[in-house]
Write a protein that binds this ligand. Structure first.
Ligand SMILES: [Zn+2]
Length: 352
């Protein structure tokens, strides 16, 4: 064998072994993909894992009014349907929003002329239901005539049931600060909206739910986490007032109604030590987490959404409060009945 043919043989052997190892790798990867473990993971992940909520305020307001105004008509048009159809049209890019597009969709919905049979529509419908599903509904509110009597009369309403986190008569300011960088402890994005107001401003529960977390947290200070009754949303209110963060009697498991006072605005947090004012300016940090599957609640894949446009929308519904003359403590002015709360309490007592 000449030196030349020896070199050629070595090269051929090398090429063959490379080809064989590639084939081996390919078979292995394919086997892995069809293994029972992987298909279980795929099956378990059969829920939404990513959401970018960016519907502008004017689209929220307009679709909400259509929903409310068509409620007692032959053709009730749901704002979630309108928004899901627009979300599908824009591929989630709401910067493309025009009110003309919404008018066309409303017209088509009225004529039952909409195709809702595709996976994108289904995705947006699930997402917008998770965020807005309990914002508009029936509720009962105490009427002015029987205020502060032992026999309140309630008026039934259909409309915006969720409340502004800041009550009627109190000022605040905010801007869209979702995703801004934060550095206390470790670098992370800001997963909420900072609502700047005066210390002691009452804080209102946006939605009815139960207290899931309450007490000191080194980042949020005196904070409270309220889970919606359908368990899909977790509202996080943080940096509450030093010394008296919450209203009396509130504890883990307490039920709160939409519009109830839960505590007071402050500037606590950013401290491992309890009851320390670690913020530079008084404000409420408001966060909203979506939970499609319980495994997402406390994980590396938590879904926090931008609430800025929602807080703007909720200015349409501020809870009026009054102060008790003796204790000087505020309480909500009109008693309120949330049918979902009644349902929840009945269900809980049935299962006991
Ligand atoms: Zn914040």
């Amino acid at each position: 064998m000449t030196k030349k043919s020896l070199t050629i043989s070595i090269i051929i052997i090398l090429i063959i072994s490379i080809i064989i190892s590639y084939i081996y790798l390919y078979i292995n990867i394919n086997n892995q993909n069809s293994s029972p473990i992987n298909s279980t993971i795929e099956k378990d992940n059969d829920f939404i894992t990513w959401v970018d909520f960016n519907i502008p305020y004017n689209a929220l307001e307009k679709s909400m009014n259509i929903d409310i105004n068509t409620y007692n008509t032959e053709k009730h048009i749901s704002w979630i349907d309108i928004l899901a159809l627009l979300g599908t049209k824009y591929g989630g890019k709401w910067s493309k929003y025009s009110s003309k597009d919404m008018n066309n969709i409303i017209k088509d919905l009225k004529n039952d002329n909409m195709n809702k049979d595709n996976k994108y529509y289904s995705y947006y419908h699930q997402v917008y239901t998770a965020v807005l599903g309990n914002f508009i509904s029936n509720y009962e509110i105490e009427s002015e005539d029987t205020l502060n009597t032992d026999n309140p009369i309630y008026t039934s309403k259909y409309g915006l049931k969720a409340y502004s986190p800041i009550p009627y008569g109190y000022n605040f300011s905010h801007y869209d600060d979702f995703g801004n960088s934060r550095s206390f402890g470790f670098k992370r994005p800001h997963l909420g909206n900072d609502i700047m107001g005066n210390i002691g401003t009452p804080i209102i529960s946006i939605e009815s739910g139960y207290v899931e977390n309450i007490g000191w947290n080194q980042y949020g200070g005196w904070r409270i986490g309220i889970r919606s009754l359908d368990k899909k949303r977790y509202y996080y209110y943080a940096h509450m007032k030093k010394d008296s963060p919450y209203i009396d009697g509130l504890e883990k498991g307490s039920l709160v109604n939409a519009g109830d006072i839960i505590g007071y605005l402050g500037m606590t947090g950013y401290s491992e030590k309890e009851n320390v004012n670690g913020m530079t300016k008084p404000h409420l940090h408001l966060g909203l987490q979506l939970i499609f599957d319980e495994s997402q609640k406390e994980s590396n894949n938590e879904i926090w959404i931008d609430v800025y446009q929602l807080v703007k929308l909720l200015q349409k519904h501020k809870s009026p409060i009054i102060k008790d003359e003796k204790s000087n403590k505020p309480y909500r002015k009109y008693r309120f009945i949330d049918p979902l709360m009644r349902e929840y309490i009945n269900k809980e007592s049935d299962s006991e």
